[in-house]
Design a protein around this ligand. Structure first.
Ligand code: ADP
Ligand code: ADP
Ligand code: ZN
Length: 222
């Protein structure tokens, strides 16, 4: 199953992807996580990506597209994947389609986690992420068992480097201008499924699991 998670920054894509990928045994591929790991590890890629992330800009397509295309060609992605944070503009969407066609594969759905801008800022301000496993928490909506400590692996939680006011404003602008057009792009291809992301985390997971399970069953019956 090849699924794309769409939605504004802070919509809950990462949170949901972690729940879903285990259930379907497919890898969660998050471009944001890949960039952040490379920045922390001070790799060449990290050095190139850092200035864009810190300002809330998109990393240029020349860097991002190859990274994703190589990743989806890896062995663990043979039976599918959840793409979180890619595509983020129309060019990335088009290249992804072309590549899948060349590979003889197809996408099953683009899941839009729909959350209005009013809710987004609070989600990003309260977000805390694990310095080790990348798990995402929220001081109010999804607090860890022990303040400042990851419930899954015990490492320290920090605020994300780009969850400060200026970068958040920029990321919302980038979303409006570059990413939102992908909604009609996927709708035209009959792949768009919209999910109400304002519900609680578990409720959203249930809705998504229902949608994907139904899709998976249909696929297996064909
Ligand atoms: P959010 O969780 O806020 O949606 P991500 O973790 O997906 O953000 O991404 C963090 C940052 O990584 C983005 O602001 C952008 O700088 C960069 N990034 C992630 N995915 C892409 C992409 N597909 N194209 C360009 N830049 C990207
Ligand atoms: P994205 O990957 O789309 O940027 P995250 O999954 O990191 O978003 O979620 C952003 C913040 O909102 C995190 O602090 C997360 O705990 C919180 N969050 C995610 N889903 C919900 C939800 N349904 N209700 C309330 N808070 C949520
Ligand atoms: Zn952790």
């Amino acid at each position: 199953m090849r699924v794309i998670l769409l939605g504004p920054p802070g919509a809950g894509k990462g949170t949901q992807a972690r729940h879903i990928s285990g259930k379907f045994g497919i890898p969660h591929i998050s471009t944001g996580d890949i960039f952040m790991k490379n920045i922390t590890g001070e790799t060449e890629l990290g050095k190139k990506a850092k200035e864009y992330l810190d300002k809330g800009y998109l990393v240029p397509d020349e860097i991002t597209i190859d990274l994703v295309i190589n990743r989806i060609r890896e062995d663990d992605a043979k039976n599918g994947y959840l793409l979180d944070g890619f595509p983020r503009n129309l060019n990335q969407g088009e290249v992804l389609f072309q590549t899948l066609e060349e590979m003889g594969d197809h996408l099953d759905a683009a899941l839009l986690i729909d959350v209005p801008f009013e809710d987004i800022k609070e989600r990003m301000e309260g977000r805390r992420i694990c310095t080790s496993c990348g798990a995402s928490y929220h001081i109010k909506f999804n607090p860890p068992e022990k303040e400042g400590v990851c419930s899954k692996c015990g490492h320290k939680l920090v605020q994300r480097r780009d969850d400060h006011v200026e970068a958040v404003e920029e990321r919302l602008k980038v979303y409006e201008e570059h990413t939102k057009p992908l909604i009609s792009f996927f709708r035209k291809k009959n792949l768009l499924v919209s999910v109400d992301g304002t519900k609680g985390i578990e409720e959203v997971t249930e809705i998504i699991l229902d949608v994907l399970t139904e899709m998976d069953n249909k696929d297996n019956n064909e």
